[in-house]
Design a protein around this ligand. Structure first.
Ligand code: DLZ
Length: 159
């Protein structure tokens, strides 16, 4: 199966992001990866017209905390949408499965409970190499893709 690289998107199909307010929550666990995802997201939002002062970045210890962190930034900044950024990497313990499932379920729930989209920019990979491939490496940057997804979802709500 060919691996799709969504970071090579068609810029003409992305709606204008001028005037929107975005909160980004970044997990500090595997920060070499999550900071690269954050940079991809911020760069893409700016490129599509989001004002720098309308991008609010906050940090939480690990991916599991992205759920509560997203609720906090929702209440604190009243954004039009949220990007949750994390990197869960398979280790020697069952933690990988618990954290991956927990954060997936938690973010999905927030998408039902909050009236703004919460984008799931959380990598779940077997090793660091696979994570780097998706954080600005040969398979693009999932932070960039998260930003594009958010712009499209906010535009959907405003139509
Ligand atoms: C504990 C833990 C482990 C083992 N692995 C990761 C990981 O790969 N990525 C990540 O973002 N966080 C990890 N954590 C931390 C948890 O997300 C969380 O911070 C702790 O369980 C405390 O709630």
């Amino acid at each position: 199966m060919a691996t799709k690289n969504l970071s090579d998107y068609d810029i003409s199909k992305v709606p204008s992001a001028t005037g929107i307010k975005v909160a980004i929550v970044v997990a500090e666990w595997n920060f070499d990866i999550t900071s690269a995802l954050r940079d991809g997201a911020v760069e893409t939002l700016l490129k599509h017209g989001v004002n720098e002062k309308d991008i609010f970045v906050e940090y939480v210890p690990g991916s599991f905390e992205l759920i509560h962190g997203s609720k906090v930034v929702y209440e604190k900044y009243s954004p039009d949408g949220i990007i949750a950024i994390g990197a869960v990497i398979r280790g020697e313990t069952p933690h990988f499965d618990f954290i991956s499932q927990g954060v997936t379920y938690g973010i999905a729930r927030l998408n039902v409970e909050l009236d703004v989209p919460v984008i799931f920019s959380v990598l779940t990979t077997n090793n660091k190499e696979q994570a780097f491939d998706r954080a600005g490496g040969r398979l693009g940057n999932k932070g960039t893709e998260g930003a594009i997804t958010l712009i499209k979802m906010i535009s959907l709500a405003k139509k």
